[in-house]
Write a protein that binds this ligand. Sequence first.
Ligand code: AMP
Ligand code: ZN
Length: 131
Amino acid sequence: MCIFCQIIEGTIPSYKVYEDDHVIAILDIAQVTYGHTLVIPKKHCNDILDADEETMAHIAKVLPMLSNKIVTSCKAKGSHIISNQGEISGQTVDHLHFHIVPRYKEDDAIIVKFNETNKPELSEVLKTING
Ligand code: AMP
Ligand code: ZN
């Protein structure tokens, strides 16, 4: 059983921020910034490709509610909502989860920067994606 399933089951302790029938939200054990929280569906799925529609619809409701609560209560200025999909993107726990990472200042210990590294022909990219 994966580590998040064990947390959901209660065999591994956690700091629970929120719980309902479909999800739990817990403090990330490695706080990137103050209030860093993970939103985790109770039903195990590896990633977003593997998640059912009801789960995703529910997560879409919970994420803004919790993000707003955390930003407000922690007096943050904004947040990242991030979900790593697959090892190459940095996913280390193979149970779908969304990070809510509150942001306070420019040099918080997280950088999400979109660097333009090449300039492909966009119509070509579109063809690749849509066929
Ligand atoms: P990712 O690397 O996107 O898969 O995120 C996994 C996250 O789970 C990391 O930020 C870890 O710090 C966090 N994590 C791992 N084990 C625990 C745990 N027992 N309780 C809370 N967070 C955990
Ligand atoms: Zn699991």
